[in-house]
Design a protein around this ligand. Structure first.
Ligand code: RTP
Ligand code: MG
Length: 140
């Protein structure tokens, strides 16, 4: 299997509860390496652009409110089959459906405040990484 990269966000519900380290530990224990990381406040423009695919969904406005409600930690993760590996340790979008041992089962508060984001394809990972990081901020 090839070593690839994915894009992760530790969401405001998790940073508010001081879970940046705990979530990162679960990512690392799953075989992912943090090769870039920064804590930022997302602007509304940034959040709307990032979630543009969800623009027509009923939850779009609330999602943008939530993602700009506190600091987030954006990360680039590297590992074997990183996109799939990360989605597996994240668990289902709705924590009620997430498996034991996943980040969302362990920490998520709700379907919206679900602690982490992870890219859903290699193509989207590349786009999302470039949305938040310059090449020289990533150290593999
Ligand atoms: P993500 O993009 O954050 O990794 O999560 P995902 O693929 O599992 O979920 P997606 O369908 O892409 O939805 C993006 C984020 O929108 C929020 N959401 N709220 N209120 C709702 O019904 C609802 N559904 C989704 C979640 O924060 C979800 O992660
Ligand atoms: Mg998604």
């Amino acid at each position: 299997m090839a070593v690839t990269r994915t894009f992760s966000i530790i969401k405001p519900d998790a940073t508010r509860r001081n879970l940046t380290g705990a979530v990162t530990k679960m990512l690392e224990d799953a075989g992912l390496r943090v090769v870039a990381s920064k804590r930022i406040m997302m602007s509304r423009d940034q959040a709307e652009g990032f979630y543009a695919v969800h623009k027509e969904r009923p939850f779009f406005g609330e999602l943008v409110d939530f993602m700009t409600s506190g600091p987030v930690v954006v990360q680039v993760l590297e590992g074997e089959d990183a996109v799939k590996r990360n989605r597996a340790v994240m668990g289902a979008t709705n924590p009620a459906d997430a498996e034991e041992g996943t980040i969302r089962k362990t920490y998520a508060e709700s379907i919206e405040a679900n602690s982490v984001h992870g890219s859903d394809s290699d193509e989207n990972a590349a786009t999302e990484i470039a949305y938040f990081f310059d090449k020289d901020e990533i150290v593999g």
